[in-house]
Design a protein around this ligand. Structure first.
Ligand code: SAM
Length: 279
């Protein structure tokens, strides 16, 4: 598993869609229910799954700026959105998609959010969104991000932030050691400084609450079983690769864990949140 591999992102998209918290999404939808149109900036867009999940719940006319530093993922987003839409046309800066009764203009922006956050959020927008991103960034970046959101009075919809919880069924003797090693790997620098990992969601909630935001948050756990075997196996292989890099677990223990986990079920904890400043 490489978190930024389009094959991995495609594999996780159905599980992400099923896991997304309905109350959080409904709070976001309700906030914009009376808007005729909406502009959304999606940070770390990957192959565009956040747009596909959220667009059906937003006003009919939508303008999305999809931001990622990886040009291959922006290209994957362009292709995947073309396949997802009922109709696709070209507009000056990207694509115009028709999906049911929605008109969705999409711009694809290559930017490094570690250095270009201020420029990325400079053009006006109604909503900032991100999925499976906040646990990758650093505590310092999250502070600067929350300051910037508050200064611009921007709402945030952040889905699928990993909260560190993993429950494998049935349990295995090495689960705790593997989780410890995986978290050690997760805390490494992902381009933003040491990653916030499981502390990201509570930190963002606290920072935004201090800045006067009202926040709706809820669980968006993956609950993976036999129907998700390909995803479980990819997840297992990714965890094993990450743990090996840490050197914290010996090879026979890792091999035993991998063999058992590829056939197991698992719950992986995530948090969704929608945060907005009242007028
Ligand atoms: C785990 S993926 C999530 C992708 C997508 N949001 C989804 O839910 O499928 C994290 C995304 O953040 C992007 N990313 C990581 N570091 C970045 C950076 N410094 N600037 C912009 N994007 C970045 C990756 O390329 C990747 O698309």
């Amino acid at each position: 598993m490489n978190g930024f591999d389009p094959i991995w992102l495609a594999l996780r998209e159905p599980a992400d869609r099923a896991a997304r918290n309905g109350e959080v999404r409904a709070a976001c939808a309700a906030h914009f229910a009376d808007s005729r149109g909406i502009t959304i900036v999606d940070l770390g867009c990957g192959a565009g799954s956040n747009l596909r999940a959220l667009a059906p719940h937003l006003p009919r006319k939508q303008f999305w700026r999809l931001v990622d530093h990886d040009p291959a993922l922006l290209e994957a987003a362009r292709s995947a959105l073309g396949r997802w839409a009922d109709g696709v046309g070209m507009v000056e800066n990207g694509l115009r998609l028709a999906k049911h009764d929605l008109q969705i203009d999409v711009e694809f922006i290559q930017a490094d959010l570690a250095s270009d956050l201020i420029e990325t959020l400079a053009p006006s927008a109604d909503l900032v969104s991100a999925a499976a991103l906040l646990d990758l960034v650093s505590v310092g970046w999250l502070r600067a991000f929350c300051d910037l959101l508050a200064r611009k009075r921007l709402p945030l919809y952040a889905a699928l932030t990993y909260n560190g919880e993993e429950r494998w069924i049935p349990p295995h003797a090495h689960d705790a050691a593997v989780r410890h090693a995986f978290h050690a790997h997760q805390a490494r620098d992902k381009g933003f400084g040491p990653a916030a990992g499981p502390q990201a969601a509570p930190l963002v909630v606290g920072l935004l609450a201090q800045r006067g935001y009202q926040i709706v948050e809820g669980r968006s756990d993956w609950r993976l079983d036999g129907d998700d075997r390909a995803l479980i196996r990819a997840l297992t292989d990714g965890v094993v690769a990450a743990c090996r890099e840490t050197g914290l677990i010996d090879a026979p223990a890792m091999q035993s864990w991998r063999g058992a986990r590829r056939e197991a079920s698992v719950i992986i904890g995530h948090i969704d949140l929608f945060a907005t400043l009242s007028d």
